[in-house]
Ligand binder design. Structure first.
Ligand code: GAR
Length: 189
């Protein structure tokens, strides 16, 4: 069995979708949710789905000692960032080489970098008059949104789409593709 930890800071709809996708699998399981926000809705989802979830503060994520101890305790093989807003610290990157991926709600390298997350990304895309947006799944390195891109998918934007319309289209792409890409990577398929 390969064991995944999901890091999430917010609502956790991707986390829930990924948990659902692997429920019943005998090859992959989501074993753990970690967050930097104790009131993030992802904890409610984890509780409902019977997955342990813990909160650590920024300093604990940076120092990584407790995080890595928890990873060992749960025998985690792979880390998935799903709406996680802190930079992943060096000790965590070193402990999981090429085994940490992120999903970004736009077509990187555009609309990435520090401070570009969630709604802010969709607003920037609409404000720029883009005709398409999409998702980028990429490896995580020490710079925000700069690791090698593994997969992208696009959606059309029409001239009267609001940022919320774009967010919904992008979320649909995330729900459709992210679990399958995780499965391929985790199982080396
Ligand atoms: C997702 O759209 C994800 O791509 C984005 O945050 C959202 C989290 O939604 N991530 C980033 O913007 C990272 N820079 P969720 O909490 O409902 O899964």
């Amino acid at each position: 069995m390969k064991r995944i930890a999901i890091f999430a800071s917010g609502s956790g709809s991707n986390a829930e979708n990924i948990i659902q996708y692997f429920s019943g699998s005998d090859e992959v399981e989501v074993s753990l949710i970690l967050s930097n926000k104790k009131d993030a809705f992802v904890h409610e989802r984890a509780k409902k789905m019977g997955i342990p979830s813990y909160t650590y503060n920024k300093k604990e994520f940076d120092e990584a000692e407790l995080i890595l101890e928890t990873m060992r305790q749960y025998e985690i093989d792979f880390i998935v960032l799903a709406g996680f807003l802190l930079k992943v610290s060096h000790p965590i990157l070193v402990a999981f080489p090429n085994r940490i991926i992120n999903i970004h709600p736009a077509l990187l390298p555009k609309y990435g970098g520090k401070g570009m997350y969630g709604e802010r990304v969709h607003r920037a895309v609409v404000d720029a008059g883009e005709k398409e947006s999409g998702i980028s799944i990429h490896y995580v390195n020490e710079h925000y949104d700069e690791g090698d891109i593994i997969f992208q998918a696009t959606c059309k934007i029409s001239s009267n789409d609001s940022f919320d319309d774009v967010a919904q289209k992008v979320h649909q792409l995330e729900y459709k593709h992210f679990p399958q890409i995780i499965e391929k990577l985790v199982l080396n398929k």
